[in-house]
Design a binder for this molecule. Structure first.
Ligand SMILES: Cc1cc2nc3c(=O)[nH]c(=O)nc-3n(C[C@H](O)[C@H](O)[C@H](O)COP(=O)(O)O)c2cc1C
Length: 178
């Protein structure tokens, strides 16, 4: 059985998880920009990871626009965001990116990343400055929102290799990779 890790990462958090997962499974990790869906036909298991950007999963088009070409494969997704990953938020991300029918055939994990303003591109910086202004005006911030505001001043990194364990167990179980 063959597996591959494909990922899209803007500031390095997803990349860290992708490389840990690839290392654990002894398979390769490649960036979404460096693969075409046709390249995935040789693999039985595809682990895909992308960062959360306003509830969307960065790079996910490679998977959700090509599900018909990936039929019969084990597809295991992970999304990485700055938030703590409350169930209702993760369910929302899931529903935003995949139909209920497609969700039945795909495993989905949230692996908490972090936030590093200094590494953002211009467009994301502008979006985040708007968000910052909004949060500064808002009363009764949630814990995640307070954390987000603090993260503008000082980068935060919640990545932890231990977070990949359930994903690894599932991949091993489904694809008999040791
Ligand atoms: C414009 C923008 C929107 C974001 N939206 C979300 C979000 O909806 N949920 C979340 O948890 N994190 C959000 N984040 C934080 C990123 O998902 C987080 O920094 C993640 O670790 C990035 O991973 P990457 O750098 O590997 O792409 C956002 C960040 C930016 C810049």
């Amino acid at each position: 059985m063959k597996a591959i890790v494909v990922y899209s990462s803007k500031t390095g958090f997803v990349e860290k998880y992708a490389k840990w997962i690839a290392d654990e499974l002894s398979v390769k990790a490649v960036r979404t920009n460096d693969v075409k869906v046709e390249d995935l036909k040789d693999y039985d298991t595809i682990v895909f990871g992308g960062g959360l950007y306003a509830g969307g999963i960065n790079g996910i088009k490679l998977i959700n626009k090509n599900l018909h070409k990936l039929k019969g494969k084990n597809i295991v997704l992970f999304a990485t965001g700055a938030s703590s990953g409350k169930k209702e938020e993760i369910d929302e991300v899931w529903d935003k990116n995949f139909t209920k029918e497609d969700q039945k055939n795909i495993a989905f994990f949230y692996l908490r990343g972090g936030f590093n303003y200094d590494k953002l591109n211009m467009k994301d910086r502008m979006l985040m400055m708007m968000m910052k202004k909004m949060l500064q005006k808002k009363k009764d911030l949630t814990e995640d929102e307070q954390g987000m505001l603090a993260a503008f001043e000082e980068p935060v990194d919640f990545t932890d290799r231990g977070n990949i364990r359930d994903l690894i167990d599932l991949v091993r179980k489904n694809s008999k990779i040791d």
